[in-house]
Design a protein around this ligand. Sequence first.
Ligand SMILES: [Zn+2]
Length: 223
Amino acid sequence: MEQAEPRVVVRRSARRKRTVTAYRERDSIVVLIPQRMSKADESKFVSEMVRKVLDRENRERAPAGDADLSRRADELVDRYLAPAVGYRPRPSRVSWVRNQQQRWGSCTPSTGTIRLSHRLQPMPGWVVDYVLLHELAHLVHGAHSADFWALVDRYPEAAKARGFLEGYLAGQGTPAATEDDVDTADGEVAAEPEAPAALSEPRRPEPDHLTAEDGDAEEPRLF
Ligand SMILES: [Zn+2]
């Protein structure tokens, strides 16, 4: 996933024989290469290392704006969903919203709209990726079915991310409950949720509580 291209600084080092190293230095990515590396190898290794640094940063940081979020969605679709379903489910719109206090994320499959709560923004990128992928998977399966969870669990850190979000809510002293995150076009909840297979028995939705089951959790009303 590419954002605005960073400045790339290549430094040749006489002490360096074979290894190539890259790191972030403010708005630049510095790549250290051996003094004697050929120009052809330089361009190959430098672009590879820059991509690695950006990939790592993207994993560590939540996408800041809607454009970043859309790019992240495309990347997740290409990496995890498309290979499994044989096409590229594309949301019509992916956006951060500030009016979603009750859920981490929501999806309206009929319009292809996905919304993530701004409250996820300070969280690690891999947690945001999980919630985003969860909502993207609802474009394929509207309900929390076994097929749905199989798709979501293609994301290697799905269980870890669910644990992170569950722990976050537990840290706030709020109990877990299950709430659906799939909306019909008129904003009503479309289907009964099911607990993910890895977790305990399904719980009934409790509108005044929150879910920590599947990442798109509800939180209790603050007022
Ligand atoms: Zn869901």
